[in-house]
Design a protein around this ligand. Sequence first.
Ligand SMILES: *Cc1c(COP(=O)(O)O)cnc(C)c1O
Length: 428
Amino acid sequence: METISGSNTENYIDLEHQYGAHNYHPLPVVLERGKGVYLWDVDGKKYFDFLSAYSAVNQGHCHPKILKALQDQASKLCLTSRAFHNSSFGPFAAYITEYFGYDKILPMNSGAEAVETAIKLARKWGVQKKGVPQEQAQIVVCHNNFHGRTTTIISFSDDHVAKKDFGPYTPGFIAIPHNDIDALKAVFTSNKNIVGFLVEPIQGEAGIFTPEEDYLRNVQQLCNQNDVLFIADEIQTGIARTGSLLAVCGNCDCSSSCLRQSDTFAAPDILILGKAISGGVYPVSAVLANNAVMDVIQPGEHGSTFGGNPIAAAVATAALKVVKEEKLAANARKLGQLFRDAMNDYIKSSDIVTLVRGKGLLNAIVINDSPESDTAWNICLALKENGLLAKPTHGNIIRFAPPLIMTIDELTACVAIITKTLRDFEPK
Ligand SMILES: *Cc1c(COP(=O)(O)O)cnc(C)c1O
């Protein structure tokens, strides 16, 4: 086995390169410690985290309350499988269903598994409750979606790189444009075997595309009218990221789960959560639905060895409590507005940034260069040198998504780093 001498960044990167599959292209930084909004690399250099592990670390790195829940539970009981009951899952299930206003949870581990679960649930519901013939169920999805990496999920992806050479693909999906209610209407009219509409309320990986304000409410209504399940993938947008508890809350800023009481709430029949549901401390995902849908799944029909394990249950409960105690939705809303205002101010006299868009603290800037250029990548390298970590998505777009516990002073410092860095890329 190779050992690392000293704390040389290149040594770690070489090891990863030699022994790890090359399925990612990371920024050349090797992190070894995190606290709140900060990360430190192996040489002790400190950074602002402006990615939050793709919005998994909304509560900040190594949150003491979440770590305590992890440590307490890990020293008592880690895993039983669900062949037996454990004393953590029941209380967690009661807590999270009350929190989001659903009858039941089906617990999984990764986001992709939760999406798969929602697909299976919708198909079974379609056959058993809607009367769709066996193997005829169709699920409508959106172009430029991102829902994960399994064989079925990439089958309905438009991303050539994510899809190429991985066929044969799973049938049963119809793609329409995001934020296009007429296209949804048309597809419902043309096909009677549709069981679900799977949608990201804001498209994240595609580059942070926020739909029109009434889009999700119209989706909910149209799905109801057509006896189709509205399936919201809030793995990235949920858990206060966009300035409300869920993106489907719309502009409700009560920061709690008034949910069904609020008239801006577009109620999904199936809600998919992951990422920040555990504050990034442990892989936890969840599918939430009411009994009319969830009860189509019976013993033996679906499962996961680690899904709903005692550590996951304890960690996710603690992580969800932090979201409310620290009013993260309200903070994301306030700081997000400040961030976009500051960036819009910068853009007025910029040639290198064309626009900033987003909601809450899920934002992106578009770089004035072709998606094939490496300008956005080079800007991220320079941001790293200046003490801030962010990553391009789709070539010329840079996503900015810091932990939601950030203070105004910290955000101001980050804006200064970002604008100073961008200025160096302005044409002279
Ligand atoms: C990250 C993400 C997923 C996949 O989650 P994994 O935990 O990586 O499997 C699915 N949907 C959306 C919207 C995501 O952002």
